[in-house]
Design a protein around this ligand. Structure first.
Ligand code: GN1
Ligand code: MG
Length: 350
């Protein structure tokens, strides 16, 4: 008998008649993810958080279309996720509490990282997301749907934060006063990537921990976490890649002096990304690349801050004020990206 929760075993029984071994994995803030084994077969079972993704059925349809397109374009099955159907033949199972569970085939011999530990890793991550965008560039955007409406709409994120800030308990507002002041005085950072850029199928969560690496070759093999794959703008994917990868410091680091942009890493990110997408992006899209990390850092800072003000209801937290610390880190990064824009522009050939 494995030590898995009854709910996890109940969900897995919809996909397989066998009893699995395994346990929780990953450091995501939203869903619950389990790595399971039955004999030599590996599975990744996920409970999709219904509070964040209320339209999980349409989300699964996005994922299905994207994986089908990737399959047509790239013959290597290891290069993409594969959905395991339920024993009834459906793409997911909806539990009694309304949460959607889905199961992917495991990718043996792979590993993930939470922090980019070298320029070589940065290059590999950037290439993986670049390949993903390049292969999807001819997937018609409709009927792909926005799985979270306005997900990377930074001005809308600011307006939502502004409302939350006005309604927040005084004690939280006071604790966050300096961070709120930063958000309010840097609103221009929410409007750096032009809305006029074309929509493509984008990943929209382009962090290193959403790429599987081969343990032996150290090469990136597969992009995962397609929950937020939706119509979007390519510079946004680049912005979130650089935002999340540039610093070695933890996302909730309390020593802001440790939050620094690593030039060799952002150079490798820009190089790997552009090697893959240079042929499919327009001059306007390329021109927006150097501005995008500042916008994405500002936007995520605003999201963490808003969640702190609302009582930590969206991002999982392990300690008080963690979301406020996360916001401070993002705003420090946003300032660094503004300061280093010309360096990044050089790496992007702009
Ligand atoms: C969330 O759960 P995870 O770590 O994959 C968030 C991203 C943020 C990220 C910050 C759906 O992603 O937008 O960049 O946390 N995803 C959602 O670590 O809100
Ligand atoms: Mg993730």
């Amino acid at each position: 008998m494995s030590g898995l929760d009854a709910s996890v075993r109940a969900a897995f029984s919809r996909f397989s008649s066998e009893e699995p071994q395994g346990g929780p994995i990953g450091s995501g803030h939203i869903n619950d993810t389990y790595e399971l084994r039955v004999g030599r077969d590996e599975f990744v079972l996920q409970r999709v958080n219904p509070a964040v993704f209320p339209y999980a059925e349409t989300q699964m349809e996005n994922i299905r279309r994207i994986l089908e397109h990737l399959e047509k374009k790239s013959p290597d099955p290891r290069s993409r996720l594969s959905l395991v159907k339920t024993r009834e033949g459906t793409a997911y199972w909806k539990g009694d509490d309304g949460a959607v569970w889905r199961c992917y085939g495991g990718q043996s011999g792979t590993e993930t990282f939470d922090v980019i530990d070298s320029p070589e890793r940065a290059y590999e991550v950037a290439k993986a997301f670049g390949v993903f965008l390049r292969l999807l560039v001819d997937l018609p955007v409709p009927p792909l749907v926005e799985t979270i409406p306005g997900f990377h709409d930074a001005p809308a994120r600011f307006r939502a934060f502004d409302t939350a800030s006005k309604n927040a308990p005084a004690a939280r507002r006071e604790e966050a006063a300096d961070v709120i002041a930063f958000a309010c005085s840097h609103q221009e950072l929410s409007r750096l990537v032009p809305d006029s850029l074309p929509l493509h199928a984008c990943h929209y969560d382009t962090k290193v921990n959403n790429v599987l690496f081969d343990r032996e070759s150290k090469k990136a093999v597969c992009v995962v976490d397609l929950d937020t794959a939706m119509p979007g703008r390519i510079p946004i994917d680049f912005g979130d890649l650089v935002r999340s990868g540039a610093s070695e410091a933890a996302e909730d680091c309390r020593d802001l002096d440790a939050v620094e942009v690593r030039p060799a890493v952002i150079k490798a990110l820009a190089t790997g990304f552009l090697e893959e997408v240079h042929g499919v992006i327009s001059t306007e899209e390329r021109a927006a690349l150097p501005d995008a990390p500042a916008e994405l850092a500002y936007e995520l800072g605003v999201r963490f801050l808003m969640d702190f003000l609302e009582g930590d209801i969206y991002f999982k937290t392990k300690r008080p004020s963690q979301n406020l610390d996360r916001a401070r880190v993002q705003f420090k990064l946003a300032e660094a990206f503004v300061r280093d824009k010309s360096v990044l522009a050089g790496y992007c050939g702009v």
